[in-house]
Design a protein around this ligand. Sequence first.
Ligand code: TMP
Length: 209
Amino acid sequence: MNFTDGLFITFEGIDGSGKSTQSQLLYDALNDLGISVIQTREPGGSIGAEIIRSLLVSGDTDRWSAETEILLFTAARRDHLEKTIQPALTKNQIVICDRFVDSTRVYQGVARADLRQTVDELHSIIIKKEPDITFIIDTDPEKSLTRGLARNSGEDRFEEFGLEFQKKLRNGFSELSKTEKSRCHLINGMRSKEEVSNDILNIVKDYAK
Ligand code: TMP
């Protein structure tokens, strides 16, 4: 594979979809090929953004309104972009990021409230960056929620919104994959992790040709 410019790859999906496993497998595969790659996540991925993360992922579901969440996620994203993502892309590295603005579009813009336009407007003013490739890992909400809650991570504020919320998220991501066809790949995540990761690596290889 020949990458002369940085490449920004994101992973998206409902809670417990297995996207973190897949982003790790892609990172390992690219690393093994001798490609300069970093792995990061949202909310988080920089010192300041990790502090904001802890405010967002724990506590009662009604701790923040959807509007306040949009501001907090965007603040975290701006710091992450400045401190981690953009410097790596400038060095022509591949950046693999677990969640980015598509999560805000779907969690806050569709599932929490009808705020997609607000998310996009704020994004266009403060962030102004879209991924080159996005993998949306599509899974069954019931199984994924059980899996996510079983992790007992202490970071389950969004899982606490329940199954109907996860179903709305799944539809939201599926709709997004239709409107953002050029960069979004809806990946069937209800297969072995090896099958899923092979598909993903092949798409990245194709992109680099
Ligand atoms: P994670 O569990 O994938 O690390 O993500 C933390 C939670 O934050 C997850 O439930 C999804 C949620 N989230 C949003 O609601 N909006 C966002 O913009 C992002 C990045 C995450």
